[in-house]
Design a protein around this ligand. Structure first.
Ligand code: FES
Length: 161
């Protein structure tokens, strides 16, 4: 085992608040950590919202399920059939979305994810779109279901049945 490969990864990598200067050529330690130990992996039973999105260019796929309590994303899980960039960015976007209101989580951008990871190589930047789009669509699925439920209750009130 080389000294490099035996090096311990930090328990919780620091969350950078700015990107390094110059082009990013390799996955950094934070990205590798989220790829090797992705957070929030799995699938929620009876989720309040869910979505599956795919990248037609590379065939990678991502499924997100969310639990929403009082407008807050209280739980979130993802499954990914994707590259290291897709897995690490999906892991990070679930971390960013957890505990946020649905409105706040809808505003998370792929740039937010890349920044939180401390950057990813430019040719892998599109991978971060997969997780962001999946989270946005899962929230939209939740909001659609909520609206349908409100409409149903409203209609019941009007008809008195
Ligand atoms: Fe497809 Fe990364 S190469 S999401």
């Amino acid at each position: 085992m080389t000294e490099e490969s035996s090096r311990e990864l930090p328990e919780k990598p620091p969350e950078p608040d700015s990107l390094p200067a110059g082009p990013i050529l390799f996955y950094n330690e934070t990205v590798i950590d989220h790829f090797m130990h992705p957070r929030n992996v799995g699938e929620l039973e009876n989720p309040d919202g869910e979505a599956v999105v795919g990248d037609p260019m590379c065939g990678d796929q991502m499924k997100v399920s969310i639990r929403v309590d009082n407008g807050i994303i209280s739980d979130i899980k993802f499954k990914s059939f994707g590259c290291p960039g897709a897995i690490s960015t999906s892991s990070m976007v679930t971390e960013l979305a957890r505990g946020k209101s649905t409105v706040e989580a809808l505003l998370i951008t792929d740039d937010d994810v890349v920044l939180a990871l401390g950057g990813i190589p430019a040719h892998k930047k599109h991978c971060s779109l997969l997780g962001v789009r999946a989270v946005q669509q899962a929230i939209q699925d939740y909001l659609r279901k909520e609206k349908a439920e409100i409409d149903r209750v409203h209609e019941k009130d009007i008809s008195g049945s």
